[in-house]
Design a protein around this ligand. Structure first.
Ligand SMILES: Nc1ncnc2c1ncn2[C@@H]1O[C@H](COP(=O)(O)OP(=O)(O)O)[C@@H](O)[C@H]1O
Ligand SMILES: [Mg+2]
Length: 242
């Protein structure tokens, strides 16, 4: 399968110390890849590096065949930041329309995306009157409305109720399966692993393992992903690619 994202030897420093210690990673096109790791493991930094907002100290990142940060990639990537980046004084629909206009998408796309993220009923509410979870769905909608080829989602389901979480994961799956979108989703919640085609386990700025959920279970003999993660950390010192 062709790679949408190719990360090689990426070292990123923040505040004068390395926070990514030489990341090598291929993200397959048209799949849902989960970037899993505890808080502080480097998920946001890696996503920012892929978007081109964070310059690596050494190493390189290719995205859809171009260097990360290339101007041509702007309309190809939907990036949902960890803290919602939305206009509080605009309505939910207004935020989406703003992004739609930037990417030449019409009203139907806005309506479709509002429905897909479960905001149809709240579309006319100013975002500052919405809850944290609702705001984060507006932010997700803004990333989706450009109809990008690549979706980078930073902890999109944190703090949402289980029904919504399930619905959003179904939406990510549909994006990959029906639209051929490459989806890279970060989470610190290990039980979201099974919703992904492929996993990248990150810890302390290093890739601990990559593989399918079943593959990682097979190699560790563990059931729950939390236990898979622990066994990989304790028994396998180096990166294992499965
Ligand atoms: N602006 C910053 N200055 C210094 N260190 C930072 C900065 N942002 C993040 N870090 C550090 O980089 C590491 C990775 O952070 P981050 O990428 O946000 O992890 P995650 O998203 O997995 O929680 C952490 O140790 C964090 O303290
Ligand atoms: Mg983060």
């Amino acid at each position: 399968m062709a790679s949408s994202i190719s990360v090689s030897g990426v070292v990123v420093q923040r505040g004068g110390r390395p926070v990514l210690h030489g990341i090598d990673l291929e993200v397959a096109a048209g799949e849902v890849t989960g970037l899993l790791g505890p808080s502080g493991s480097g998920k946001t930094t890696l996503l920012r590096t892929i978007v081109g907002l964070q310059r690596p100290h050494t190493g390189g990142v290719q995205v859809l065949g171009r260097p990360a940060g290339h101007a041509r990639l702007r309309s190809e990537i939907g990036y949902m930041t960890q803290s919602p980046s939305v206009y509080g004084d605009l309505t939910a629909a207004g935020n989406l329309r703003h992004h739609a206009a930037l990417h030449r998408r019409g009203r139907q796309t806005v309506a479709d995306v509002l429905a897909a993220v479960g905001l149809a009923e709240l579309a006319q509410r100013p975002v500052e009157t919405l809850s944290g979870g609702e705001r984060s769905r507006v932010s997700l909608g803004c990333a989706l409305v450009a109809r990008p080829r690549l979706l980078l989602l930073d902890e999109p389901t944190v703090g949402l109720d289980p029904v919504l979480r399930r619905d959003l994961w179904a939406l990510f799956r549909r994006q990959a399966r029906d639209e051929g979108v490459t989806v890279l989703v970060s989470s610190h919640v290990m039980d979201e692993a099974d919703r992904c085609d492929r996993l990248v386990l990150l810890r302390e700025g290093r890739v601990v393992a990559t593989g399918t959920p079943e593959g990682l279970r097979g190699v560790t003999g563990a059931g729950a992903m939390e236990e898979v993660f622990l066994r990989l950390i304790e028994n396998i010192p180096n990166d294992v690619a499965l």
